[in-house]
Design a protein around this ligand. Structure first.
Ligand SMILES: NC(=O)c1ccc[n+]([C@@H]2O[C@H](COP(=O)([O-])OP(=O)(O)OC[C@H]3O[C@@H](n4cnc5c(N)ncnc54)[C@H](OP(=O)(O)O)[C@@H]3O)[C@@H](O)[C@H]2O)c1
Length: 244
């Protein structure tokens, strides 16, 4: 489960977990700290309050993964609080999202614990292969958000992806998820439809050839289809967005 304070759905996710009857240890639950939530007083205290509130809304007594949602404001204070919560056993792993290489290295250089994960936009049109190599060297796992580019650029009818999918008797969605998985990218596709959720899990009975991989590599345009976290206007917009 991948949720966040800013999605406004932690309570609903908590109700679903409670109703599922699935044992807690079989679930992997991630949530994310929003920018303004560390502003209410010192970042370290405010982060711990925001974390407690998330845990309450989710109805859990520990988290599997807690992420800093955006690389803005006092994320050093946030990280120090998260290191404490991790040491106390309240979070199994701590990480970040949307960090570009310079910010990631800076965070690692000045703290004790390196992020376990960096959740970043990664899909066939923005592949992040160079950055993935750097992250791997730093011991940080790349996790893709927007694995289908949320359908942008006509991903689901892209001719290259469709041809590869047809050759394997699979769907475009399955080819994309398989491609990411074979690259060692952790992937969290979103669907509200049970049949698509099942389809998205069903990627372990085929492999992509070197030629398939090379053709998909050719789709990389090397730029975000959403927003650049280094664009000043975007920093302003995200920083002024209050979700809770
Ligand atoms: N950290 C961040 O800043 C950040 C930013 C954005 C997203 N995320 C997270 O990333 C995860 C991925 O979600 P996303 O919103 O980025 O989108 P995504 O997974 O790239 O795409 C979701 C879209 O694809 C459709 N879809 C899903 N499976 C499909 C299939 N098998 N065939 C055809 N269409 C399919 C969905 O429609 P239906 O729902 O109708 O099936 C939905 O429209 C989520 O957990 C999200 O919270 C994180």
């Amino acid at each position: 489960m991948d949720t966040a304070v800013s999605y406004g759905n932690e309570e609903a996710v908590g109700r679903a977990i409670a109703a599922s009857g699935v044992a807690r240890e079989e679930l992997f639950v991630t949530t994310k700290l929003w920018i303004q939530d560390s502003r209410d007083g010192a970042a370290e205290d405010a982060t711990k309050r925001s974390f407690d509130a998330s845990l309450n809304r989710l109805g859990l007594d520990y988290l599997d993964l807690y992420l800093i949602h955006q690389p803005f404001d006092d994320y050093y204070g946030e990280w120090r609080a998260m290191q404490d919560l991790h040491r106390q056993g309240l979070i199994r792993a701590i990480g970040v999202a949307n960090f570009y290489p310079d910010r990631l290295v800076d965070l690692i250089e000045h703290n004790e614990i390196a992020p376990a994960v960096n959740q970043i936009e990664t899909h066939p049109f923005f592949q992040r292969s160079d950055y993935q190599e750097q992250m791997t060297a730093l011991g940080v796992q790349i996790q893709s958000w927007g694995p289908f580019a949320e359908g942008r650029n006509n991903l689901f009818t892209d001719p290259t992806l469709t041809a590869i999918a047809d050759a394997h008797g699979k769907s475009v969605a399955q080819v994309v998820l398989r491609w990411l998985t074979e690259r060692g990218v952790v992937v969290i596709p979103k669907s509200v439809r049970p049949e698509r959720m099942a389809e998205n899990f069903d990627i372990f009975d085929f492999t992509l050839s070197d030629e398939d991989m090379a053709r998909i590599a050719g789709l990389d345009a090397g730029a975000s289809l959403f927003f650049d976290h280094r664009d000043p206007e975007m920093v302003r917009r995200l920083s002024s967005r209050k979700y809770t």
